[in-house]
Design a protein around this ligand. Structure first.
Ligand code: GLY
Length: 562
């Protein structure tokens, strides 16, 4: 009773606070929170927490639910990363990135000696061996409390009984059908006999429900072996694809040691290679630690200038050094993550003048913004940060006939081919060339911050190469600028990735004076629409409350609370 009364007192104080800062008020919860790009899926995560499931259990159920509700990026036919920080014990990262099929080779994107974009990004060859089911299962084996079946069951129900088609999803599907209409199983899944779904329609996915049931009954064997594997391989064989039964049976998720860094007394825990995310994030934070960003102010020209210069330097290192660690010996992680190296880089920043990204190197290929991230915190404050993807929105656009799920086009994240580096955007450096069994370089940056031994913040976002910079800005907004989780998510974002040498900035989020000042310092500016969709939870230790920030840049997102 006393516990209840104190909760009510705190809640009423919080509500008063909410009135005072209504514009960017975060969602609040005491006992658990899931923030994802789909509100139904967030609720499913909370349902699992209420039943006594762990944060990892809730994340697994949310991930399977997103494979039904958020087909742009939620998936079982793609891959991703999960970073887990338990209250007791060491943090761990689960790597379930897709791998190249055994028949892959570095020159595989060349046709008659010429690089072929279609083959690289929009063909059966663009499909990597999926990792999601193996990765979620590995995390469950380590940290699951509820039965595996229970975690897949809500997704099966959603697929079988159907979900209400939202305005956002129907619009996105109608756009994507232009690309997917050449695949009959995709037309069957995403339309009513060729007619588009309208908002309010009930959308059922019976083939996907059956595949999920096999995964519920048999674990990874329900995906990588037996009927599901046979359906994937049948589709590959009929279309000159590369993935074999052996590729599927041989897929392995990996446990990895997370990247660790510090920023102004906060511990940073993030994803190691084959993601470039954690390394690049910590490198930028180390550079920025030497500037008084709080005094400069959020969105000020000085702040944006030093952020840009940190981004420029860290993204250059990303392109030079990072790839699958199992195929690249000697990635200089210790140096890239060191404070001394950051000091060296910082000393080359001129406050009055933009540096120039040197063109003896190369521009970077465009990376797809379509990925999805969610954050989970349970009652004890165990935390999961999970980002997974199909690469492009709806991946390859290829639905496996009879199995009802989309295949990724993640092979597009490998470099174009040996020596193909040019100023038109191709990269040919060896670290990230296709090889059998290799993981393609990623930018996904699921991240957790801690302070004085306690959980502080869970953050992450989709957005291709912009991911790392969006995650950076959510952290700076909270740590340096004192914003709450929602304000930190809402604030305007910039992106610089070394090449092309320009700042992309979100439209209407920065003052014209600030933009003029950046131009005066020599920065090229490029206006863009939304950048990313960050889903953030801050653990407010003082008030014993979780504060969530939902990104409204995309429709349908939501924070579910307990
Ligand atoms: N495909 C997007 C990424 O892995 O970063």
């Amino acid at each position: 009773m006393r516990h209840l009364i104190s909760k009510l007192v705190i809640l009423s104080l919080l509500l008063m606070g909410t009135q005072l800062q209504a514009a960017n008020a975060p969602t609040r919860a005491f006992d658990g929170m899931v923030v994802s790009a789909n509100d139904i899926s967030s609720e499913i995560g909370i349902e699992i927490l209420r039943e006594g499931g762990s944060a990892v259990d809730a994340a697994i159920a949310t991930a399977f639910a997103l494979a039904v509700t958020h087909p742009t990026a939620g998936n079982i036919g793609g891959g991703g990363f999960l970073v887990y920080r338990p209250v007791k014990g060491e943090p761990i990262a689960y790597d379930f990135r897709e791998i190249a099929p055994a028949a892959s080779y570095p020159e595989m994107w060349l046709v008659d000696g010429q690089y072929n974009f279609q083959k690289h990004h929009m063909s059966y060859w663009s499909v990597g061996v999926p990792g999601t089911v193996a990765g979620l299962y590995m995390a469950w084996e380590d940290e699951g409390k509820l039965p595996w079946k229970r975690l897949v069951q809500p997704a099966i129900r959603l697929a079988k009984e159907g979900i209400v088609m939202t305005h956002g999803l129907s619009r996105s599907l109608n756009r994507a059908m232009q690309r997917m209409k050449v695949y009959p199983a995709s037309v069957k899944k995403f339309t009513k006999d060729g007619e588009p779904y309208e908002p309010g329609d009930i959308w059922k996915q019976p083939d996907l429900a059956k595949t999920l049931q096999r995964i519920a009954d048999k674990g990874p064997d329900g995906f990588y072996k037996g009927k599901t594997a046979e359906l994937i391989v049948k589709e590959m064989e009929a279309n000159d694809g590369l993935i074999t039964l052996e590729d599927l049976a041989g897929y392995e998720a990996k446990r990895r040691e997370p990247i660790r860094g510090t920023y102004r007394g906060y511990g940073v825990i993030s994803m190691p290679p084959p993601s470039s995310g954690g390394t690049t994030l910590v490198e930028m934070l180390n550079i920025l630690e030497g500037f008084d960003l709080a005094a400069m102010g959020p969105g000020a020209a000085d702040t944006l200038h030093v952020m840009t210069e940190a981004m420029r330097r860290a993204y250059a290192d990303r392109a030079k050094f990072l790839g699958d660690p199992d195929y690249n010996e000697g990635i200089p992680l210790d140096r890239l993550l060191s404070k001394d190296y950051a000091t060296e880089l910082r000393s080359s920043i001129d406050m009055k003048k933009a540096s120039v990204s040197t063109p003896e190197q190369f521009k970077l290929l465009k990376e797809s913004p379509e990925t999805t991230h969610f954050s989970v915190v349970d009652k004890e404050r165990n935390a999961v940060s999970l980002t997974y993807t199909l690469e492009w929105g709806y991946g390859s656009g290829i639905v496996v006939p009879g199995a009802g799920f989309l295949l990724n086009n993640e092979m597009g994240d490998f470099n174009a081919g040996p020596g193909l580096t040019n100023d038109q955007g191709l990269i040919g450096t060896p670290a990230n060339l296709a090889q059998p069994g290799k993981r393609m370089l990623s930018s996904m940056t699921p991240t957790i911050l801690e302070k004085d031994g306690e959980l502080f913040m869970v953050t992450g976002t989709p957005g291709g190469r912009t991911i790392i910079n969006t995650v950076l800005q959510t952290i700076l907004n909270v740590v340096d600028h004192g914003m709450n989780a929602q304000a930190a998510v809402d604030a305007g974002r910039i992106h610089h990735q070394w090449m092309p040498d320009q700042i992309n900035y979100e439209k209407q989020m920065f003052s014209p004076d600030t933009l003029k000042e950046l131009e005066a310092r020599g920065h090229a500016l490029n206006e863009r629409t939304n950048q990313g969709s960050a889903e953030v939870i801050v653990n407010n230790v003082r008030e014993k409350v979780l504060e969530g920030g939902v990104d409204r840049r995309v429709p349908d997102g939501g924070a579910a609370t307990w």
